[in-house]
Design a protein around this ligand. Structure first.
Ligand SMILES: Nc1ncnc2c1ncn2[C@@H]1O[C@H](COP(=O)(O)OP(=O)(O)OP(=O)(O)O)[C@@H](O)[C@H]1O
Length: 224
């Protein structure tokens, strides 16, 4: 039973004759615990696809289902709650809250949901990501790679159905990028965390279990 299914997913901008088919009839599914990389040239539709999967953008037509729940059946409030509970986001520019320390940043999704932090899971994540000595630090005291490791921990702490990462190494040098990729892969394996990542970098895509290539809004390789 797939954890994510996209069916006949389309996102069109504009109208004929000036229509842009950013995502054009995409069908795919992702199994629980799978690490999928989405690759494609600039403008091929990667971010549009990821934003629809994450419920940040509404499809022109077609459906996204996560744990068998259709996002299109939800109103704005339901979608916000569903996103908070089921989807973790990792962005290129980390998006940490500058006035919160590392610990507070990591546990934020749990607090926003009025839940208790799973202390044992927190310890495991912090250890895996090598953040033990940084929990009291503020984001501006961290390197880019450290900030991205905090963002990874934050995306995973609430054990979401899927973690979506949009160019997670886009702002990092190649050595730091490789270590962040290792950590993403290790985290996905260790915690059976489903992970979908956009990358331009085919070398980093090799860390994934499966690579989906899209061109002109269509999947051209890697679907099952
Ligand atoms: N809000 C919008 N209005 C009109 N066209 C858009 C909009 N957002 C995206 N597009 C178009 O949709 C297509 C896909 O864009 P998208 O950002 O998904 O590509 P991408 O593969 O993520 O590119 P990149 O790797 O450069 O980030 C592009 O042709 C883009 O110009």
């Amino acid at each position: 039973m797939p954890i994510l299914t996209a069916e006949k997913l389309k996102k069109y901008y504009g109208t004929e004759p000036n229509i842009t088919r950013a995502v054009d009839d995409i069908n795919f599914s992702v199994e629980e615990g799978e690490f999928v990389a989405i690759v494609g040239t600039s403008g091929s539709g990667k971010s549009t696809l990821l934003n629809m999967i994450g419920g940040l953008d509404i499809p022109t037509s077609g459906t996204v289902s996560i744990r068998s729940e259709k996002l299109s059946n939800m109103d704005d409030d339901q979608l916000t709650l569903f996103r908070r509970r089921n989807i973790g986001f990792i962005f290129q520019n980390y998006n940490l809250v500058p006035i919160l320390n590392v610990y507070e940043n990591i546990v934020l999704p749990v607090y926003l949901d009025n839940k208790e932090v799973d202390a044992e899971f927190m310890e495991q994540i912090v250890q895996l990501l090598g953040l033990e000595s940084k929990l009291d630090s503020m984001p501006n005291q961290l390197s880019g790679g450290q900030q991205q490791r905090v963002a990874i921990a934050r995306a995973m702490i609430a054990k979401p159905a899927i973690v979506l990462a949009d160019e997670p190494t886009g702002n990092l040098d190649s050595k730091t990028s490789a270590s962040v990729m290792e950590l993403l892969k290790d985290s996905s394996r260790k915690f059976c965390q489903t992970l979908i990542m956009i990358t331009h970098n085919i070398e980093f895509a090799q860390f994934a279990d499966r690579i989906i290539r899209i061109e002109d809004g269509c999947i051209v390789e890697g679907n099952i």
